[in-house]
Design a protein around this ligand. Structure first.
Ligand code: ACM
Ligand code: ZN
Length: 514
């Protein structure tokens, strides 16, 4: 038998003899703690097979069963699992429900590709080869990001994005919800954020970013939609981490409530891409009140431990000449505008910590001094992450050198859709090692890595998929699999099988052989 093509590569896999065949008489045995995971799996399996497999309580050891077992004593580690397939029975055993879920996703990948159809397929034997797998993740943060500020995407697409993440054992959806070019989340206390801030007068043409198309563009996610997405993700062992940008990338908010900026008037939701000089006024107490009120609603919607506050690309030119900002610098005994940014972030961190949450921000939050408990998301290479980890802070690595999926996938850009002008091919993503450059005794501070998908050049869901796939599969392996298990040629061979699966799932991936 060929080695099964599982992505990300499991920690250990031993093939057996024979195979288990799922048929109309197969039963799923799961205890009540797994009712949701088991129900989800049964529903999913019904799509292609047409079998309505019953989910029964634990205790029955009969043949032709798929047993899902949570066993706190299992030696599988957080999110890990053991999968045993014999001709008689399939068992997924894990210490936590996330581990059981990942066992079912591996099982999914072991079934014939036809299983990805959502309507019954006839003439297929639903066989799973006999084997034993011991598996578990290298990192706890296995992320994929999506910028919905520059362009937004339907709820159905967000769910598809989440489904694909789950299939590849990614567990953190970083949802970039606010930008200069659009505020995308309903905030009840501040309706203008979406009445005004969610709409821009035009967008740059993808092929020529110096010209505007003249088309009004916008939209946002209601709180009901956000709740629906968070619950959908949770059912797939995925945490949604919201990002509310501050103090920069805030022009859409300033257009809605101009009193929150240093100048106080004349803002419009930004039409061009790039970095805006206008940012929240750091000297105005009303700004902190506003952001705390916004975050209060956000915390209510998102149960995630981490809340992303952005922090990147905040020019200081307005603060340098703003009387309120300068007064705040004096009053707080700060050295300069960098320390003012640090003051801003520290206040937000205290607010979040008091609510039992942790702050994460882009690596610019190092400038002027890092907030005491902050986690750093390193994007300008790994440098900021290395510095933060060395100082004892937790770090998520998404260096643009390996993880920015808005960069080109081909050296010859002629035949590619317009993108940000840098090059990041699949094999380069595969070389990503989140702990590279981090001192060995600080490597435990690297809690993981993620792919980032900025959407200035991605107006459609199809283009998002084209940029994210198959690079996300390479990324998934770098954050799940052990380093010594990784081999690009061997990954490429497995990838060929997965492209067939992605075809069935209607994913508009870029053909890596092109
Ligand atoms: C970023 O790419 N500005 C975080
Ligand atoms: Zn100011």
């Amino acid at each position: 038998m060929n080695q099964p093509a599982i992505i990300p590569q499991p920690r250990s896999l031993a093939t057996g003899s024979g195979a288990f065949e799922v048929n109309a008489d197969t039963r799923i045995i799961a205890d009540s703690a797994l009712a949701s995971t088991a129900g989800h799996f049964a529903d999913w399996l019904r799509g292609a097979t047409g079998f309505a497999l019953p989910v029964e309580a634990a205790g029955d050891n009969a043949a032709n069963t798929i047993r899902l077992v949570v066993d706190p004593a299992a030696d599988t580690g957080e999110e890990g699992y053991q999968l045993t397939v014999t001709a008689d029975q399939i068992e997924v055993r894990a210490a936590d429900t996330a581990g059981v879920f990942y066992g079912t996703q591996t099982l999914r990948q072991l079934l014939p590709v036809a299983v990805e159809s959502d309507s019954p397929v006839s003439g297929v034997s639903w066989v799973v080869p006999a084997l034993t797998i011991q598996d578990g993740p290298r990192f706890r943060w296995r992320g994929l990001h999506l910028d919905v500020g520059r362009h937004l995407f339907p709820v159905a697409f967000i769910k598809k994005y989440i489904d694909l993440m789950a299939l590849y054992k990614l567990n953190t959806f970083h949802w970039h919800l606010t930008e200069d070019q659009g505020w995308r989340i309903e905030i009840k206390q501040y309706p203008k954020l979406t009445e005004v801030g969610a709409w821009r007068e035009a967008s740059p043409y993808p092929a020529d970013r110096t010209k505007l198309d003249g088309q009004r563009y916008g939209g946002f996610y209601t709180q009901d939609e956000v709740r629906e997405i968070v619950a959908y993700a949770q059912a797939r062992s995925i945490t949604v981490v919201p990002e509310i940008e501050m103090p920069g990338h805030a022009v859409a908010a300033l257009a809605s409530y101009p009193e929150l900026g240093c100048v106080g008037e004349g803002y419009k939701v930004r039409t061009y891409w790039g970095i805006a000089d206008d940012v929240y006024c750091a000297g105005n107490e009303d700004v902190y009140t506003f952001l705390e009120n916004v975050l209060t609603e956000v915390l209510d919607l998102f149960p995630s431990e981490f809340i992303h506050i952005g922090g990147d690309e905040c020019p200081k030119v307005r603060w340098e000449v703003c009387p309120k900002c300068q007064a705040k610098i004096k009053q707080e005994g700060l050295k300069d505008e960098h320390e003012l940014q640090s003051y801003f972030i520290r206040r937000m961190e205290k607010f979040l910590n008091d609510k039992g949450r942790r702050l994460i921000g882009w690596d610019e939050i190092l400038e002027g001094g890092l907030a005491p408990n902050a986690t750093v998301m390193s994007w300008r290479g790994a440098k900021g992450g290395i510095e933060a980890a060395s100082a004892g802070h937790d770090v998520v690595m998404t260096p643009n050198t390996h993880c920015y999926f808005d960069y080109y996938q081909a050296e010859d850009t002629e035949n590619e859709p317009p993108a940000i002008g840098r090059y990041l091919p699949l094999d380069h993503v595969y070389m990503f090692n989140p702990t590279d450059g981090v001192p060995a005794d600080k490597a435990h501070h690297v809690i993981g890595g993620q792919g980032s998908v900025w959407t200035e050049y991605l107006p459609t869901s199809e283009l998002v998929e084209y940029m994210a796939y198959p690079r996300t599969l390479a990324l998934a392996e770098t954050v799940w699999s052990d380093l010594d298990e990784r081999d690009y040629d061997e990954f490429s061979a497995r990838l060929q099988q997965h492209l067939k699966r992605l075809d069935k799932l209607n994913v508009n991936y870029r053909d890596p052989g092109k």
